[in-house]
Ligand binder design. Sequence first.
Ligand code: FES
Ligand code: FES
Length: 176
Amino acid sequence: MPPLNSTSPLTAETRHAVSIVLNGTPRTGHAHPRLLLSDFLRHELGAHGTRVGCEHGVCGACTVRIDGVAARACLMLAVQADGRRIDTVEGLAQANEGRMTALQEAFRRHHALQCGFCTAGILMSLTDYLGRNPKPTEEELRDMLSGHLCRCTGYAGIVRAVMDVTGRTMKEAAHV
Ligand code: FES
Ligand code: FES
């Protein structure tokens, strides 16, 4: 195992200390300069809720919030996250007294997931997006969801869940 070194310049062979605030808790791990933030979260800090699919920014499965803004964790190096606040899907219930959020409950109610591989990333994007646009139209919502690949649901249940939570009327939502 290469040595840990938090003070020397970044070198490919050296693991460096990376300190973040993960879901409200200060955490420190160590990472080689090439390690992706997504792998750092999963393998160094044990935050396995963040999924890794394509590893090149296309599928959206790895989406987390970085200083409140949804971003692909596979497109950022762990060392670049030093000092940042990172929120992952685990933090949603943690911030809600241990209970699933209204959005998560709506996902369950509307069958908005099957295998669930895409779900964490979609939830993290939605928590950012709905904070900025709390009453999206269906068209706006579908446009936002186009940044996430879901191979199971056809997106209908996801759209119904969000429309339910945001109080918008939607033809399909009335039938569930
Ligand atoms: S794993 Fe990051 S976008 Fe697909
Ligand atoms: S629920 Fe399987 S990929 Fe979305």
